[in-house]
Every structure is written in structure tokens, then in C-alpha cells.
Design a protein around this ligand. Structure first.
Ligand code: PEP
Length: 250
């Protein structure tokens, strides 16, 4: 049985007081009795404060990005060893904004995923097609390529620390949510492709959590989560207000 996850991607939004206020509200309302696992991904600048507020709470604080290396000369970057000083052991990889605007290819994602998993970090790997790719009937080719390249060479035993987020780019921040049927079709495909990665991968495919992301709101999440292959949501806008974040968790 795959546990559902609601993950909030705060991107480069929120001031420190705003981030702290949402974290405090989550700490108050989310308990060990909460059915879903809750994660937040604040700006790197806010990680320390948010992780401190959420310490002792089941809400997981994760980083939006990190560099795949140990402590070294790499100006402007942060690494898992530094994140672990704050108890941060979850990192997003391959978000479409990083793919689109910062040149993060699936090959770079693969390097990060391998390094982070080998460092004992849990990874949420984001994949998804653009509108042009969907309209040219290339959705499944793109997803297959992102899975094959991004997950190349990852050992079976490491998959327990991997979560996939299917985020159609045309639905991110646009208010245009995929229909539950469109999302389910993509999730089922992703699960099938993971199951074909290596001999015995069908077991990891069955247990891996696949989140949907793209204009998820409290009023559309239930219909998405009702689908058998959708194991939660990676949420931008609606996670950046306490009321709507709590609405998603509920
Ligand atoms: C995201 O940033 O991953 C995302 C899905 O954003 P939104 O929910 O705002 O579409």
C-alpha cells in the first residue's frame, strides 16, 4: 500500500515571515495521525528557519535543489552534507523550471539522483511534457526518455528513497489542471516504464509513489487522488497559503 504524499513547492516565493507562518501552521495541524505524508520545499535561504520550526513534527522539510558533490570548491551551490546539518534529507530534482530555464537535462538529473541516493537522501524526481510535446503526440516518448535517462543505472535497492512527480509543464502555474484521466494515463505509463527498467523492476514499480503536479487545488485534488496510480500531489501555488495547503492535506 503506497502512502499518499502532499508536497508543497514554495519555489522562489514567500518572504521569511510568510514561510515561517505557514510552517508554524503546519506544525500545529499536522500530526502523526495525519493520513498523508506532508513535505515542504522552501527557498534555500529559508531552510534553516523552516526546518527548525518543523523539528519534532512529521512534516518533512526538503531542498528545491542541491549540487551532487561533497564539501568542495563550488561557488554558489549547496550540497547534501550541508543540508544534513539542518536534518534535511529530501531534495527535488528536475523541476520543469530548472529544466526549461537553467539547463537541467535528464543526464544532469541522473548524476544528481545517483549522488543524492548514495548520500542517503530521498529524491523527488520531476518529469513531464510541454504543451508542444503533448500536442505533437510526443508525451509518452518524452516521459520514457526522462525516465530512462534520469533513472539510468540506479540500483534496485535505492528505489525505496525515490518518488516521481509527473508534472505536465502546460499545467504548472497555469490554472489548467490535467483531467484525472489524462493524469492517470501518464502515471500508469510511468509506472509501466519503471517496471521495464531492469529485471525485477516490476516490484519497485509497484511500490514507488508517483505524485501529480500542475495546478492542484483543494477542489480538484480528491478526483486526482481517486485514481489508482496517483499517489499524491506536488503543489506550487496552493501550498503557498496555509488555508489551501491544509485543504489539500484534509
Ligand atoms: C510546481 O511548482 O511543481 C507546481 C505544480 O506548481 P502549481 O501547483 O502552481 O501548478
Amino acid at each position: 500500500m503506497r502512502r499518499k504524499i502532499i508536497a508543497g513547492n514554495w519555489k522562489m516565493n514567500l518572504t521569511l515571515p510568510e514561510a515561517k507562518a505557514i510552517a508554524s501552521g503546519l506544525k500545529e495541524k499536522v500530526s502523526s495521525q495525519t493520513a498523508v505524508e506532508v513535505m515542504v520545499f522552501p527557498s534555500a535561504l529559508h531552510l534553516h528557519a523552516v526546518a527548525e520550526i518543523l523539528s519534532g513534527s512529521p512534516v518533512i522539510t526538503g531542498a528545491q535543489n542541491a549540487y551532487p558533490a561533497v564539501l568542495t570548491a563550488m561557488t554558489g551551490e549547496i550540497c547534501p552534507a550541508q543540508l544534513s546539518d539542518f536534518g534535511i534529507k529530501t531534495i527535488l530534482v528536475g523541476h520543469s523550471e530548472r529544466r526549461q530555464f537553467l539547463g537541467e537535462t535528464s543526464e544532469i538529473c541522473n548524476e544528481k539522483i545517483k549522488f543524492f541516493l548514495n548520500s542517503g537522501v530521498r529524491v523527488v524526481y520531476c518529469i513531464g511534457e510541454t504543451l508542444a510535446e503533448r500536442e505533437s503526440q510526443n508525451t509518452f516518448t518524452v516521459l520514457k526518455d526522462q525516465i530512462k535517462k534520469g533513472l539510468f543505472g540506479i540500483e534496485s535497492a535505492k528505489f525505496k528513497d525515490l518518488v516521481i512527480a509527473y508534472e505536465p509543464v502546460w499545467a504548472i502555474g497555469t490554472g489548467k489542471v490535467a483531467t484525472p484521466e489524462q493524469a492517470e494515463e501518464a502515471h500508469a505509463f510511468v509506472r509501466k516504464e519503471i517496471g521495464a527498467l531492469f529485471v525485477g523492476a516490476d516490484k519497485v514499480a509497484e511500490s514507488i509513489q508517483i505524485l501529480y503536479g500542475g495546478s492542484v487545488k483543494p477542489d480538484n485534488i480528491a478526483s486526482l487522488l481517486a485514481k489508482p496510480n496517483i499517489d499524491g500531489g506536488l503543489v506550487g501555488g496552493a501550498s503557498q497559503k496555509l488555508d489551501s495547503f491544509l485543504g489539500l492535506i484534509k
